[in-house]
Structures are given as structure tokens and as C-alpha cells.
Design a protein. Structure first.
Length: 281
């Protein structure tokens, strides 16, 4: 792929992955724009596109691991302490991440074909962007700000994990729906974002591992090079986006992200129902 196209995809993924605005929805839109414009060099197969999409996700994985390295190392140590019967904040965090990850792993495995084919239309992205944007607004408005991550329980982690399943539908936003669930449960904004981002690690790691195996089987040097470039670019952008969002949530609310979602949804509704003919629906 031309470096410019890889750069665009990496920018889209890096900026949107951890903001509550749906990275998968933005990636689908980016590919749709490329197709509509008939840009050269973008006639890749669906398998090629999937590898590039996962590559930029892996880049963002590196960014979140670096930014939250203390929490991550603590959770890993807590996991082994948990196995030995230990208790405390870190074993509790490790258990919460495991419980929160299981629902999306199970449902994703069962429904992977449906997600990959039937749920990627622009119309669906428009409605999920709009609906879950409003849900985030209400959660942020009515949710208390009394809980921190060390207070998390197994039941709360399961609720957030079940909410994460909804993110299999593009436009929902994995980070957005998990932050929404955490805010409904009364977690502080930064703490809601912190758990959401930590919860992304096992999910993206699993997808990245599968993509790596596919690359190894394909033995496609050009595809491997494209994937590495895309991952590196998205790593840089994601690190900047995470730092900016966490700094914002320290003092302010999720409202700007809600307004962005509503504006994007409005544009997509016009593209879908306004007979613009600009994008395939």
C-alpha cells in the first residue's frame, strides 16, 4: 500500500482507538472513502484489509501498555498472587480484567462471521454512533463519581465486560461503551477510562496474535512491511491521544466526545438517507 494511505489509516486508528468515538467505525469509513474515490493501490482483498486493521490495533496496544505500564505490571504480578490465594488491589484488578474480557471472547468467537460481514454497513455505524453517544451523555450526567479502580468487584467487572460485547457492532466504540458502563456504576471519569483502556489489552492482544499467525502463514513480505509501518504509526498517535484524553478527563467531562459522535452521526445519516451517492451504504 502507498505510505500515504497507511498513514491515514494509522492516524484514524491511533487517534480514535481509546477515545469513546469508535475506531472500528472510523476505519470502515476510511476504507469506504478510499473505495468511493477509487484511489490507486487500494484494491486489496478483505483479508489484506483485515490484517492492516489489526496491525494498527496492535500499534495502539503498544501505546496503552507503555502508558499504563505500572498498572499492567501490577496486574500481572497480581495474577500470580491471585493464583497463590493472595488478596489485595492488584489481584482484584487482575481478576476484574479476566472477568471483563471473557464475555467478548466467547461472543466474538461464536459470532465472528456475522460481525465480519453483516454488521459493517454505514447505516449501522450511523445509528450506533448516535445511540451510544447519547447513552454516554446520560451515564456521564447521572453517574456518581465516588468509585476508584481499587473498589471494583467481580459483578461490576462482569457488567462492564458484558457491555463490551456490544462493541462488536461497529460504531458502538469499545472504549465508549465500557466507559459508559463504568460511569453508570459510579466510577470517576479517569478511573472509568483507566479500566476501559486496561481492558483493551487482552482483547487487542488476542486479535493481534491471530493476525501475526496469518502473516506468518501468508509469507507475504510486502504485507508484513505494510503491517509493521501501520503499527508503528498508530503507536505514536495512540500514545498522544491517550495522554490528551486522560489529561482532559482529570478536569472535564465526556461531553465533547458526545457532541462529536452526534455530529458524525448526523453526517452519516445524510450520506445514507439523503441520497448523496458519496459513499456506499
Amino acid at each position: 500500500m502507498p505510505i500515504l494511505h497507511l498513514l491515514i489509516l494509522a492516524l484514524v486508528q491511533g487517534i480514535t482507538e481509546f477515545l469513546p468515538i469508535s475506531s472500528s467505525g472510523h476505519l470502515i469509513l476510511a476504507w469506504a472513502v478510499f473505495d468511493a474515490e477509487g484511489l490507486p493501490g487500494l484494491s486489496q482483498s478483505d483479508a489484506h484489509r483485515l490484517v492492516i486493521d489489526i496491525a494498527v490495533h496492535v500499534g495502539t496496544l503498544g501505546a496503552v501498555c507503555l502508558y499504563f505500564w505500572r498498572d499492567l505490571s501490577g496486574a500481572i504480578a497480581g495474577f500470580f498472587k491471585l493464583i497463590a490465594g493472595g488478596r489485595g488491589p492488584m489481584p482484584r484488578l487482575a481478576l476484574a480484567l479476566i472477568i471483563g474480557t471473557l464475555p467478548v471472547v466467547v461472543v466474538g468467537f461464536v459470532a465472528k462471521d456475522l460481525v465480519a460481514s453483516s454488521l459493517r454497513s454505514i447505516e449501522i455505524i450511523a445509528w450506533t454512533t448516535f445511540g451510544f453517544g447519547l447513552l454516554l451523555y446520560f451515564a456521564d450526567r447521572i453517574g456518581l463519581t465516588v468509585r476508584r479502580l481499587e473498589h471494583i468487584t467481580v459483578v461490576q467487572a462482569l457488567i462492564i465486560g458484558l457491555a463490551q460485547v456490544l462493541a462488536l457492532v461497529p460504531g458502538t466504540s469499545r472504549s465508549g461503551i465500557t466507559m459508559t458502563a463504568a460511569r453508570f456504576l459510579g466510577y470517576e471519569r479517569q478511573e472509568a477510562a483507566r479500566f476501559s483502556l486496561l481492558l483493551s489489552i487482552p482483547t487487542i492482544l488476542g486479535a493481534g496474535t491471530l493476525a501475526g499467525l496469518d502473516l506468518a502463514k501468508a509469507e507475504d513480505a510486502q504485507l508484513t512491511a505494510d503491517a509493521l509501518i501501520a503499527a508503528g504509526l498508530s503507536f505514536v498517535m495512540a500514545l498522544i491521544a491517550i495522554a490528551a484524553m486522560m489529561a482532559w478527563l482529570k478536569r472535564f467531562s465526556f461531553t465533547p466526545f458526545v457532541w462529536y459522535r452526534l455530529g458524525l452521526a448526523g453526517l452519516l445519516f445524510w450520506l445514507v438517507y439523503g441520497n448523496s451517492g458519496l459513499l456506499p451504504v
